[in-house]
Design a protein around this ligand. Sequence first.
Ligand SMILES: [Zn+2]
Ligand SMILES: [Zn+2]
Length: 93
Amino acid sequence: MPSNPQRYPDNWYEIALSIKEQAQWCCRKCNMQCIRPGEDTSGFSKSERMAKTLTVHHANYTPEDNRTENLIPLCSACHLGYHTRKKSVRFVG
Ligand SMILES: [Zn+2]
Ligand SMILES: [Zn+2]
């Protein structure tokens, strides 16, 4: 869940899903194949499932800006890396 969902549009789920599908559920940074919806994850531990969850990052850290070029599919580790390096910005986009 985003930390402040009110900044996201109502159709954020659909927007994010289309970005992930375009990326074929691979992280753009490390190329890891992430879990697709409906995929059998029973062989994964909880932390593996977390690690293999694809998220969508806002390149300019603005959740209201949902242009395709601003949206980057990233695995959770890479996504976290983008936000921890930019410490002044909270984990919102
Ligand atoms: Zn990654
Ligand atoms: Zn982000």
